[in-house]
Design a protein. Structure first.
Length: 375
């Protein structure tokens, strides 16, 4: 072998050895890849398109996005095209970065907080509640119970918009309940009633006046507070044998934010934009479609139990709500008032599916509870 070739071979071997030590995981540096020309929306679409047929069906959408399906499906043909997906992404407002990890409003100084109280002994992990007692509470105070929304299949008690009432002379409780993937109806209302009984039975501990209890909830939570208000004394919606079951679960005022109130008229027939499928939130709640469970749909409807002895209601709903039709609240309001129940319906012009947390609306909610729980 010629000397110059030996030198080159040795040099090449040394270079390879150096590269091996510099890139021990891959052995060798990878060649530079050409940056993809696809934007984030196209990449997201391709990841969801499991069968790679260029369109998305409902079963390809992640659980958290299923509720948006009909809004993305602009032409209502039951599938989402890439163009529809990209158009929807453009229309959605950009998410603002979180300034901190704190959830909800800052608590007033001195608030006594007790979290994750099991209101059913040895019960499900979701059967827990949080209680917030104002600083220096001495006399018994009215209680506001917040019940979260989330289509009966998501949501959490930690997000509690009622906390602003703490410095207005109220004790506040926020509850979790079993979701539809944990148990079907009536598990959810049974849990809410059990939580009310627990709070009343521990009234002295938390400075609660058990005869002045208000319930407030939004969406699925709005449905549950409405059901609390109209089904007082309905034994089939109670958990029998639960702690302090002799204490009633009635409430004295209800604020229903855009909750479904009559399931029997929610999906009477299939349409191009809303075909009858078992994946809708109300179907998951009932254990099947409304059409297959009409008796249970009636049992789950607050309108079913309305009597003249029901507590006063404040109902708030947007007239452009794409999730729960404002018709639900209009029908409920008519049923309440015609039966002799005091009720006010506030329809937000152009309002979607909430959240309606403007200072003006929060003041209306406060005034409603003040009127019926303090005066």
């Amino acid at each position: 072998m010629r000397p110059d070739r030996v030198k080159v071979s040795l040099l090449s071997g040394g270079l390879l050895l150096l590269l091996f030590f510099l890139f021990p995981q891959s052995g060798f540096p990878q060649p530079f890849r050409k940056k993809s020309s696809k934007d984030a929306g196209e990449i997201q679409f391709e990841r969801m398109d499991r069968n790679q047929d260029g369109k998305l069906t409902l079963d390809e959408i992640p659980v958290r996005g299923k509720g948006l399906f009909k809004r993305i499906d602009a032409n209502g043909d039951g599938i989402i095209t890439l163009n529809e997906h990209l158009q929807f992404r453009k229309q959605r407002p950009a998410q603002q970065p979180r300034r901190n990890k704190q959830r909800g409003p800052r608590l007033p100084e001195g608030t006594e907080v007790t979290r994750d109280i099991a209101y059913i002994k040895n019960g499900h992990e979701r059967q827990k509640l949080d209680v917030y007692v104002p600083a220096n509470a001495e006399a018994k105070l009215p209680l506001i119970v917040w019940i979260h929304g989330g289509g009966w299949r998501s949501g959490d008690k930690r997000r509690c918009p009622a906390l602003y009432l703490l410095d207005k002379g109220y004790v506040v409780a926020s509850i979790n309940y079993r979701l539809s993937q944990d148990a079907v109806f009536p598990a959810q209302i049974q849990d809410c009633k059990a939580a009310i009984r627990y709070l009343k039975s521990h009234a002295e501990q938390f400075y609660i006046d058990p005869d002045r209890v208000g319930a407030w909830g939004a969406s699925a939570g709005g449905h549950l507070v409405a059901l609390l208000g109209t089904s007082g004394g309905v034994s089939r919606l109670e958990i029998h044998g639960a702690e302090k079951s002799k204490i009633d679960s009635t409430v004295q005022a209800v604020c229903d934010y855009y909750g479904p109130t009559d399931f029997t008229i929610m999906n009477q027939k299939a349409t191009a934009r809303r075909p009858i499928i078992a994946d809708f939130a109300e179907s998951k709640l009932l254990g099947g479609t409304v059409q297959e469970n009409l008796e249970k749909a009636e049992a789950a409807s607050p309108t079913t139990y309305v009597t003249k002895n029901d507590p006063p209601f404040l109902i708030v709903h947007g007239d452009s709500d794409p999730v729960v039709s404002v018709t639900q609240s209009k029908v409920f309001q008519e049923k309440l008032t015609s039966t002799g129940v005091e009720s006010e319906l506030i329809i937000i012009e152009g309002g979607k599916h909430g959240p309606f947390k403007s200072p003006e609306m929060l003041e209306k909610v406060k005034h409603f509870f003040d009127k019926h729980l303090k005066m």
